[in-house]
Design a protein around this ligand. Structure first.
Ligand SMILES: [Zn+2]
Length: 207
């Protein structure tokens, strides 16, 4: 008996996914009012900045998040609550001017911690797609070990959020490990980040 042969593939190599080359970020001048986007995913970082003119297209709710991110956050908060875990928002949308003030203040007062801070135009918070989360009690790095930090680490991807600045990836992301900073990219893409060691830069072949 011969083994069933699926498709005539003897002469053709099975298709391999070719690494997608992202488009170059060629924006300049007024074009920087629109964010650099790869495969429909907005990328804002120290390498891909936006001007003060950019605002979330559909700011929603008390934190000014863009509508899809706000909806996903509501669902995620409810799911955590059902598990007995409290999610509070530390910081949502921030405009360019607020970001600039915060960065300048950090430069003056905490220059040793500047890798936690984004210069204006390099912060995902300006997109309304990023949110800093905690339990309302324990902030900064110890937040990672709270029930909230652990729950988010394990579950956020199911709601379309990814841990944007994982531990040990500063060289790639440009930012210190931030266990509180979650970025909404949608469920389909976020599910591929399970485990949280992947960065958006690696995922989009930017690093
Ligand atoms: Zn943040």
């Amino acid at each position: 008996m011969t083994a069933p042969s699926p498709t005539p593939s003897a002469t053709t190599a099975s298709p391999k996914p070719t690494p997608t080359k992202p488009p170059k970020d060629t924006r300049k001048g007024s074009q920087l009012a629109k964010p650099y986007t790869v495969n429909g995913i907005i990328v804002v970082s120290k390498k891909h900045r936006i001007t003060a003119a950019y605002r979330p297209p559909h700011p929603t709710g008390p934190y000014g998040l863009d509508a899809p991110a706000a909806a996903a956050l509501t669902k995620m908060t409810a799911a955590a609550k059902a598990d007995g875990v409290r999610i509070r928002v530390h910081s949502g949308y921030r405009n360019w001017a607020t970001q600039n003030a915060s960065y300048q203040k950090a430069l003056r007062n905490y220059p040793q911690n500047i890798s936690f801070y984004a210069p204006a135009g390099a912060s995902e918070h300006q997109t309304g797609l990023a949110v800093d989360l905690w339990d309302g009690v324990t902030w900064s790095l110890p937040m990672a070990n709270t029930a909230t930090g652990k729950w988010l680490f394990k579950n956020a991807h199911r709601f379309g959020f990814v841990l944007r600045y994982p531990n040990g990836k500063t060289k790639i992301t440009g930012y210190h490990y931030e266990p509180w900073h979650y970025r909404y990219i949608g469920k389909t893409d976020a599910m591929k980040f399970k485990g949280n060691s992947l960065t958006l830069e690696e995922y989009l072949h930017l690093a």
